[in-house]
Structures are given as structure tokens and as C-alpha cells.
Design a protein around this ligand. Structure first.
Ligand SMILES: [Zn+2]
Length: 374
């Protein structure tokens, strides 16, 4: 039976640890202990080291395997271990109505302890009640909040599962997304030539002018239904009486269609190059793929099972798309068919973040239904 008090206890324990990205050591050790108790032999990889972020507070990705007690489809359950900042010294507050908030000075960490708690609860119930199940794999990545850097370096060759459920989404339990974007991060450097603004401006090449002309030509915001473009940072120049020699611009492209993100990137490179060359400046655009777009077929077994499980738990499944990245982007890139499902978290990435015990209970119930159907 799903145990509300145990859920509350697990959630408070997990959110009681400091676990900002690449600082998941304590929560990882706790999760290892709990997985062992549940009959899974947990293994930790060297993701933190591979990302060049190993420290005494860091951890790798945690993987656990529970052999099936019957034939069936192996599935992967996943929620990430890290939180965003400010996440040090979290003090969860349980309110009489079952709502849990932080004390207002940090995030709560329901993103993603809501998912972790529900997965652990479902595994506990499977074990206690002797519910027959197929192979179950769990993956608790580190550093999801930095474009899924932990899951980006996981060794997917070891997985039995070809289907994954990533619990890491705001919204009502029963909601899920089947599609997410490619995200390209851009760093643009426009180089001109410095000169005194009053004595010899003729010798200067104004990098800011080239950058401004280029920016004015590039559409930003939502570009059609599939793509967004944003320039979020600009710095450059030195003093008001010198022609600015260099300008740096930071931006990003998101598109639900990978090729469209690449095409837009090509446009941005072309426009910056043109505007720089027009006045004798130069432009370099560095583009880094943070996550890759995926689209999971809504008729696929992994989605069908989710809809059936949600209904069995008394929920109305609702499928959508997201413009955010998650570990599922890396799962899909590595051959897993999967979705990202709502995981009892609200107002995430703010100090007003909250969850409700009732929602984590519902999520645990739905995960149990998934396991029964795998
Ligand atoms: Zn998350």
C-alpha cells in the first residue's frame, strides 16, 4: 500500500540535503542506501569527473536494476538528483493542508525530489506487496539543471530498457510531454578596431555598430510555432570616448525541429558576418548544442502505457510539448523512446516552489500502474 507518511518522510529527507548541480554527494549516498534496501544494487558512474567537476561534494549518475519477477518490457524510471540555486540550507515546511514549501529563502527541491520520492515509494510497494513486475531500471542523473550534463555522459550501452519515463515536469499529475527542442547556445564575438572617439574616429571600426545592425535584422522571440530565438546578454566597449573594439553577445536558439535550429543558426552567422564585413569588422559565432530535439510517437507503446496507467490511477492523461530540455533529450538521443511526465512540482526555479503530498501519492500510484503494465 502507498504510505502517505513514508512519502512525507522520504520527501523531507531528500530535500533536507544540499544538492545543487555537481554538489549531489549527500543525496546520492542516501539514494544508494534506499535503493539497496529496496533490492536494487546501485552503481554510480564518473559523470562528475567526465564533466571536469569532481569534488568532495559531487556525485556521478546513480543507476539501479531490479530483476523482473515475470516476463515483460524492461522500463527505465528517472528523476534527477540536483536542484538549481538557491538550494543550500533548504528547510522544507509542511503546511496543515499537505502543501510543502521552502522557508522562502531557497528553492524547495520538489524539482526533482517529487519524482525521486514517488519512484522510491512505488519500488517499496512493489516489494512489500510482492507485485509481479518486469525488469525495472532506475537512473537518477546528476547535474540535470545544467542542460542534463550528467545524463549526457551516461553509458547507455548498459541499459536493458528501450523505453523511459522521466519524471521532471510542472503541471498536474497525468500531464506529459512527448516532444522537446534542440537548444543551441550562442556566443558571438564582433571585433572592430579601437580609436579615440574625438581625435581619430576615422581609425576606429565600431564593433557595437556592426552588432546592433545585425541584431536589428534577426527576428527574436517566437519564430513560428516551432522555434524561438533570444539574445540575452551583451557586453563590450570600454569607455564612452573610445570607439568600441569588441562586443560579446550571448543568445540561444530553441527549435522542436533540429534542422530548423541549425538553419536559424546559419542565418545568424550569415547576418553577423555580413554586417561585420560591411564596416571592416569581423564576427565569430560559437554555437554549442546543449540538448537535441526529440519527438516520441503518441501511438508508441511508451505513451500508450502512460495513458493507460494515468487512467487506472483516476487521472485524465494530457500530452503536450515543451520548449525546455530535460534528461529525456539525452535518453532519446541514445535510443530510448520516452516522455517527460509531471512530477508534483510547481513554481519551480523560484523560492516559491511547492508540492503537495497528495500529488506525490498520486504519482507513486501512477508509477505502480506503469510497472504493472510493463
Ligand atoms: Zn527538473
Amino acid at each position: 500500500m502507498i504510505d502517505k507518511n513514508r512519502i512525507t518522510g522520504t520527501f523531507l529527507t531528500l530535500t533536507g540535503f544540499d544538492s545543487e548541480s555537481f554538489g549531489e554527494r549527500e543525496i546520492a549516498d542516501e539514494l544508494k542506501r534506499r535503493l539497496r534496501t529496496l533490492g536494487l544494487e546501485p552503481e554510480e558512474d564518473r559523470a562528475d569527473e567526465l564533466c571536469g567537476r569532481k569534488s568532495e561534494n559531487s556525485a556521478g549518475n546513480l543507476y539501479g536494476f531490479l530483476p523482473g519477477t515475470r516476463a515483460g518490457t524492461p522500463i527505465l524510471l528517472s528523476s534527477h538528483m540536483d536542484t538549481v540555486k538557491p538550494g543550500i540550507g533548504k528547510k522544507p515546511v509542511v503546511h496543515p493542508d499537505g502543501k510543502i514549501t521552502s522557508d522562502g529563502t531557497t528553492v524547495l527541491g520538489a524539482d526533482d525530489a517529487g519524482g525521486l520520492t514517488a519512484i522510491l515509494e512505488a519500488l517499496a510497494v512493489i516489494r512489500e506487496d510482492g507485485i509481479p513486475h518486469a525488469d525495472i531500471e532506475v537512473l537518477f542523473p546528476c547535474a540535470e539543471e545544467i542542460y542534463g550534463r550528467g545524463s549526457a555522459v551516461f553509458d547507455y550501452g548498459r541499459l536493458r530498457a528501450k523505453e523511459s519515463y522521466c519524471f521532471d515536469l510542472t503541471g498536474e499529475i497525468g500531464e506529459a510531454v512527448t516532444r522537446a527542442p534542440t537548444i543551441l547556445s550562442l556566443r558571438i564575438r564582433v571585433k572592430g578596431r579601437g580609436a579615440h572617439a574625438g581625435f581619430n574616429p576615422e581609425n576606429g571600426i565600431n564593433a557595437l555598430t556592426a552588432a546592433a545592425r545585425a541584431l536589428a535584422r534577426i527576428p527574436t522571440g517566437r519564430i513560428g510555432e516551432l522555434t524561438t530565438v533570444n539574445f540575452g546578454r551583451i557586453e563590450g566597449g570600454s569607455v564612452t570616448n573610445a570607439v568600441p573594439a569588441e562586443v560579446l553577445i550571448g543568445g540561444e536558439i530553441r527549435s522542436l525541429v533540429h534542422e530548423e535550429a541549425l538553419r536559424m543558426n546559419g542565418e545568424i552567422v550569415r547576418i553577423f558576418t555580413e554586417e561585420a564585413e560591411r564596416i571592416g569588422a569581423s564576427a565569430e559565432v560559437e554555437s554549442e548544442e546543449m540538448v537535441r530535439a526529440y519527438e516520441t510517437d503518441r501511438d508508441s507503446p511508451v505513451v500508450r502505457r502512460f495513458e493507460e496507467a494515468a487512467r487506472a490511477a483516476g487521472l485524465e492523461p494530457k500530452l503536450g510539448v515543451t520548449f525546455g530540455g530535460a534528461d529525456q533529450n539525452h535518453f532519446s538521443k541514445n535510443g530510448l523512446s520516452g516522455i517527460v511526465a509531471a512530477s508534483a512540482m510547481h513554481d519551480v526555479h523560484t523560492v516559491h516552489e511547492y508540492t503537495c503530498i497528495r500529488e506525490i501519492e498520486k504519482l507513486a500510484e501512477m508509477i505502480l500502474e506503469l510497472l504493472k503494465r510493463a
